[in-house]
Write a protein that binds this ligand. Structure first.
Ligand SMILES: [Zn+2]
Length: 307
């Protein structure tokens, strides 16, 4: 039997309340990542059930790749959403275990799943799985990273986002601030249509190709569509910047995370960006310290390479 529309509405509302666990712009994608993982399993198998023994490694991997820089251990960071998501009314464990502790989860062979009413409402209307996933992923990650997150949890990015939303400037989640349609062009113009980090300036039939306008402080985390919050970056360096492999110092030098590694000359060329001083043409607004600091604290992965 299909549940009434009310059920669908309340499920979406419950999941939407998880959109952002952020206070003062601090990223905490742990719970959204667990919900996305559960939605991926639900879409693939018809059940969101996942034993801790399987969730631990997968969740730790997702948090390490897509989460903010962290000083806690991998298992510890996975235990946090696995136990704490219960408080949000969407997640249950088959045993009562204390919050945050890894030991009891492993010893008790604990299994988690989306709450039964949530799961049945989603199964009755599979399109809701996509809209819930879209909401969660776009409110926690920039458009460069959202498709990777979806793929990592087993959801199809094209189905969830639609082809148009893969473009950095497109679409948003309900309730999101309006984007400034002129921002992208203004940023590219200010940086002479070349990557602020490597100088790449490719064109195809006269139009820039592979150059994007990047937010320093992510739009979803209060970053304005302002020239002092934008950089023109090539597609590769945009992605590495959004994943925290690259960062900026307050002195506006490129930082390469010590966690980044590469073997081939093309990959190792990234190391050479370390210490590069941004040098746009005179008059270009430079990234504001407040946005640079946000990126360093919330995105950049750990310590910069020794200079
Ligand atoms: Zn570049």
């Amino acid at each position: 039997m299909r549940p009434p529309d009310e059920a669908a509405v309340s499920v979406l509302a419950r999941l939407a309340s998880l959109r952002q666990h952020q206070r003062h712009g601090q990223r905490s994608p742990h719970k959204p990542l667990l919900v996305l993982l559960a939605l991926g399993r639900l879409a693939a198998t018809g059940s969101s059930e996942v034993p801790w023994t399987q969730a631990e490694a997968k969740l730790a991997e997702l948090i390490a790749e897509f989460g903010p820089p962290s000083r806690t251990g991998r298992a510890q960071s996975a235990a946090y959403p696995f136990t704490r998501l219960r408080a949000d009314g969407v997640w249950v464990l088959d045993q009562d275990v204390p919050m945050d502790l890894v030991g009891p989860l492993a010893r008790g062979h604990v299994t988690g799943r989306l709450e039964a009413p949530v799961e049945s409402a989603l199964l009755a209307r599979p399109a809701l799985i996509g809209s819930a996933a879209r909401d969660l992923v776009l409110s926690n990650f920039p458009a460069t990273v959202a498709p990777d997150v979806l793929q990592a949890v087993g959801l199809d990015p094209r189905q969830v986002l639609g082809p148009g939303d893969l473009l950095p400037s497109a679409g948003g989640v309900p309730g999101e601030r309006a984007r400034d349609p002129r921002w992208r062009a203004a940023v590219l113009e200010a940086w002479d249509r070349q990557c602020a980090f490597c100088g790449y300036d490719g064109q195809i039939t006269g139009a820039s190709v592979g150059i994007e306008a990047a937010h320093v402080r992510w739009f979803a985390f209060g970053g304005p569509d302002a020239l002092d919050n934008g950089l023109a970056l090539c597609a590769l360096h945009h992605k590495l910047f959004d994943l925290g492999a690259l960062g900026l110092s307050l002195g506006l030098q490129v930082m390469v995370s010590a966690k980044f590694s590469a073997r081939t000359p093309a990959g190792r060329a990234v190391y050479e960006l370390h210490g590069y001083q941004l040098a746009p043409r005179p008059g270009t607004a430079m990234p504001a310290p407040v946005h640079v600091t946000w990126h360093t604290r919330q995105v950049f992965k750990g310590e910069p390479l020794a200079a």
